[in-house]
Design a binder for this molecule. Structure first.
Ligand code: GDP
Ligand code: MG
Length: 162
């Protein structure tokens, strides 16, 4: 069985874009609206030295009466349970969000290896609000899932954690 790595994080941070980038197919559904990915989607990343299964989470039901933070926390718990390594994806343009902090706390308690992936850093001149994420005290890496920036470095870091 391949080791499993999960993508977790708030809606719209770019998890599915990163998933597609890593598995190199348009398999996960991406959309401008939060919560488009309804179920977990699995793919296999073979461009890595150590091949691994990748899980795209975000089956968030955005009903008005639904607390999406709880939904994310549950997704995080399930991802932690089934994965060897977690990628916590955050939006480097928007900066640190209280939900990111909450998920980060849960991940720390899990004692699983976590890589904080600061996405939407599209160019070297566009650091955005990435520096805010140092506050989470996690091993972090800036990427642009949309443009492919730093994806080889991301794969290297994941290989070290597997
Ligand atoms: P998810 O809800 O976390 O799965 O996020 P999606 O992958 O569906 O992406 C949400 C939105 O962010 C879409 O409009 C993407 O095109 C956009 N997006 C994803 N990655 C990047 C990136 O690296 N840079 C920029 N500027 N936009 C991105
Ligand atoms: Mg998605």
């Amino acid at each position: 069985m391949l080791p499993t790595i999960a993508l977790i994080g708030r809606p719209n941070v770019g998890k599915s874009t990163l998933f597609n980038r890593l598995i190199r197919q348009q398999k996960a559904l991406t959309h401008d609206l939060p919560g488009v990915t309804r179920d977990r989607i699995y793919g296999v990343v073979r461009q890595s030295d150590v091949p691994f299964a990748l899980v795209d989470t975000g089956g968030l039901v955005m009903d008005e009466d639904q607390n999406f933070e709880q939904e994310i926390m549950q997704q995080a718990q399930e991802a932690i349970a089934e994965s060897q390594v977690i990628m916590l994806v955050v939006d480097g343009k928007n900066g640190l969000n209280p939900v990111d902090e909450q998920v980060a706390r849960d991940l720390r308690e899990s004692h699983k290896p976590v890589l904080l992936v600061v996405n939407k850093i599209d160019g070297y001149e566009k650091e955005g609000n990435a520096s805010e994420f140092h506050a989470l005290g996690m091993d972090m890496l800036n990427v642009s899932a949309a443009h492919g920036h730093n994806i080889p470095a991301l794969l290297d870091r994941l290989n070290e954690l597997l």
